[in-house]
Design a protein around this ligand. Structure first.
Ligand code: TRP
Ligand code: SF4
Length: 405
């Protein structure tokens, strides 16, 4: 595959190591990663620096969570042979790119990212008026741009960070993508595509630059992605030339919105450590059963003989995740007619959650028994990531005039 389509098939995503993973992470993020791992060239990493921006005073939790999180990922079904798994702080190129991007990023862009104020409000007990926390989304931009990823799987709450990444990339390309004789070089690159494609490219480019035909722009991009014989530099020029600018050194990534998880916490709110309503991926069966048995139900159903309303019950939300149609029917009818009790209703859920977590817990135990294997997986991933990251950084340094000989 040529370099450009390789890049657009590249996916980057990170997770902050701030505690044990639970079913919310599994249904919300990990299952999606597991699906993507065979469809894309995936770079998944432990965002330990990002965790430090909010947990700088209790960094011990980060230290404890890093390896456990990798174990949970693999236990849940991430295949180390199919993806690159690595640790952010072991790829210092992220930090250098973050620094370089900080030179061109207006402070106001960072201040207006919604998570900046939101998180400060939400985590009032922490002092998040730090330089590091303001830079959180820019560090994330560096994480993404250093791999020139095409797509970034994120939840709704992170969309503004991908948007910032796009703006920063655009500004970078605008400032540093200029080169002497850009047009001549671009025209020469067009010829390298062969007569037919060269003509097609030129016509599409014209349709976009002169008439603003967005479809033509898309078609031209697809055409470029299919060009096996173009050198990376030429390809970057031709992508840039389409929009009239200079070279595209840092391509703008797309957000790949992760479908919102339906997985509720034990109290019906979102499952989250801070609400104390989680079932962890390694929860023992005994504890799973106890937690589910203790779940609140429809508060109007006081006695066993009172009919209830599943729509007012967090247990029903779990059935929505775990039960097939027949079982859901059984709950609806049994609840509304008082035909079943709440403990009856919870029984099959205990079974389903136990069945889901059993192989995960087992694999996690096996991995924990061989920490050196986990270390090696991450070392390999760090190396693979650094190789890509170094290439990008070389180009970035050159574009900024920093490749002194
Ligand atoms: N900020 C992300 C979160 O809290 C984690 C993250 C860090 C990330 N760097 C990233 C996600 C790069 C995607 C790409 O979930
Ligand atoms: Fe909730 Fe099930 Fe009890 Fe109805 S029977 S109130 S759905 S736990």
């Amino acid at each position: 595959m040529d370099t450009v389509s390789l890049q657009s098939r590249r996916i980057v995503s990170g997770m902050r190591p701030t505690g044990q993973l639970h079913l919310g992470h599994y249904h919300g993020v990990l299952k999606n990663w597991i699906k993507l791992q065979h469809e894309f060239d995936c770079f998944f990493f432990v965002a330990d620096w990002h965790a430090l921006t909010t947990h700088y005073e209790d960094s011990q939790i980060i230290e404890e969570s890093v390896w456990e999180m990798v174990i949970d990922w693999i236990a849940a079904g991430i295949e180390p042979s199919a993806v690159s798994l690595f640790l952010q702080s072991k790829v210092p190129e992220h930090a250098e790119l973050h620094l370089l991007l900080s030179m061109i990023t207006p402070v106001s862009w960072l201040e207006r990212v919604p998570t900046y104020k939101d998180q400060q409000e939400k985590l009032k007990e922490k002092d998040l008026a730090t330089y590091g926390f303001l830079g959180y989304p820019l560090l994330q931009s560096a994480d993404i741009l250093i791999y020139r990823a095409g797509q970034v799987p994120v939840g709704e709450d992170q969309l503004s960070h991908v948007e910032l990444t796009r703006e920063v990339a655009r500004r970078f390309n605008h400032i540093y993508g200029r080169e002497k004789d850009f047009e001549e070089k671009a025209e020469a690159a067009i010829k390298k595509m062969g007569k037919k494609n060269a003509k097609l490219y030129s016509n599409l480019r014209k349709a976009y630059t002169e008439q603003g035909d967005a479809d033509a722009l898309e078609t031209a991009r697809e055409l470029l992605k299919g060009q096996q014989n173009l050198a990376l530099g030429d390809s970057e020029r031709l992508f840039g030339y389409l929009e009239g600018g200079g070279k595209v050194i840092l391509p703008e990534p797309q957000a790949l919105l992760t479908p919102a998880s339906k997985m509720p916490g034990l109290d019906g709110q979102k499952m989250s450590k801070s609400y104390g309503n989680t079932i962890s991926l390694r929860e023992p069966e005994q504890a799973i059963a106890e937690k589910i048995k203790k779940m609140p139900t429809d508060t109007n159903r006081v006695r066993r003989t009172d009919p209830g309303d599943p729509d007012k019950c967090p247990v029903w939300q779990l059935h929505e995740v775990y039960s097939d149609d027949a079982q859901k029917q059984w709950v609806q009818e049994g609840c509304r007619t008082a035909g079943i009790g709440c403990l009856d209703c919870k029984g099959p859920l205990i079974d389903s959650v136990c069945a889901e977590l059993k192989p995960i817990r087992q694999r996690a135990e096996d991995l924990s028994a061989h920490p050196e294997d986990v270390r090696r997986i991450i070392e390999d991933g760090n190396e693979a990531a650094r190789e890509v990251a170094r290439d990008t950084l070389d180009e970035v340094r050159a574009a900024m005039g920093l490749s002194y000989k």
